[in-house]
Design a protein around this ligand. Structure first.
Ligand code: GDP
Length: 300
């Protein structure tokens, strides 16, 4: 996996520069605080959390009396860390259960990066010495299975697929059954992200999950969210979280945006920790999320 620090520092530097410049002003007057607030809201931290954080920061600065930019930066760092959360369990549940492989279900709206994330995750697990099998349960587009197949070849993971239009649940079932026969460590099932109707989605994902659970357990339901889609993407992600028990979030395309504050919004809104971040299109462009590294990248 790619080094989070270096990559994030590049994409989040606009935000960091803005904040540092503001903190270095001679006087922290109302205008400056408003600008700090705007900067954080622009980065998708969310209006509510930003206001609460800036208010607390202002109070602390007032109580402290004299302050240097470094002191204020330190306080802001603390606040951001609290918001992002340092004590959330961000461990991916990919440990196999003796004879049974761990099963990861990848869900989310089409185009967010599900297949790419599935491929990158497989790559990372294979790199850790695990045997990985991929299930192409997005049967609505033949291209999706082809894309996953290409990833499988690239990263050294076999792919179970069926013809276009096949029942996604039957692909998931076959993938898990084969995973057990072949004694693989992890089965990752890539699903379709059609947001047709909420009940349609619920039926589809519910069935995929139920069918898998005839043979194994679904250990991780990874919801993929595109960081560049902001609050709109968040609303769509919420629909998925309502129909399936999401256990972790993979936030993709953080390399293409300074809106890293979405980490805070998504965790608050969905009540699920961000576990992985996507930082590019290549096989190694995936990193485990680390709150401290992330906040330091934001602050430059
Ligand atoms: P899916 O429809 O959800 O399976 O989405 P795909 O995996 O096909 O990804 C959609 C597009 O986003 C592709 O062009 C990917 O290469 C690109 N993509 C996925 N993840 C990332 C990422 O972390 N960074 C960047 N820059 N592009 C990404």
């Amino acid at each position: 996996m790619v080094r989070l620090r270096a990559r994030l520092a590049r994409s989040q530097s606009t935000l960091g520069r803005g904040l540092l410049e503001l903190l270095s002003r001679d006087r922290l007057d109302d205008d400056v605080w408003d600008e700090i607030e705007d900067t954080l809201i622009t980065s998708d931290v969310g209006v509510g959390p930003t206001r609460a954080m800036v208010d607390e920061l202002r109070t602390k600065v007032k109580v402290l009396g004299s302050r240097t930019p470094e002191e204020v930066r330190g306080l802001l760092r603390e606040q951001l860390l609290t918001l992002v959360g340092t004590d959330l369990d961000r461990t991916l549940r990919v440990r196999s259960h003796g004879e049974r492989p761990a099963v990861v279900l990848v869900v989310g709206v089409n185009g967010t990066g599900k297949t790419t994330t599935t491929g990158k995750l497989a790559r990372s697990l294979v790199g850790d010495g695990k045997k990985v099998l991929l299930g192409a349960a997005d049967t609505f587009r033949a291209a999706a299975a082809d894309q996953l197949h290409t990833w499988g070849e690239r990263v050294g993971a076999e792919v179970v697929r069926k013809d276009e239009g096949a029942d996604p649940a039957s692909v998931a079932f076959d993938a898990v059954a084969k995973g057990m026969d072949d004694k693989v460590d992890v089965v990752i099932v890539d699903t379709a992200g059609r947001l047709h109707t909420k009940t349609g989605l619920m039926d589809e994902l519910g069935k995929v999950k139920r069918v898998i659970e005839k043979r194994a357990t679904v250990d991780e339901v990874l919801l993929v969210l595109d960081a560049t889609t902001g609050q709109n993407g968040l609303r769509q992600a919420q629909v998925f979280a309502e129909v399936v028990d999401v256990t972790g979030i993979a936030l993709t395309k953080l390399d293409g945006t300074a809106k890293g504050g979405i980490v805070v919004s998504v965790q608050r809104e969905l009540g699920v920790p961000v576990k992985l971040v996507g930082l590019g299109e290549g096989p190694d462009d995936l990193a485990p999320f680390d709150a401290e590294v992330f906040v330091d990248a934001i602050l430059g």
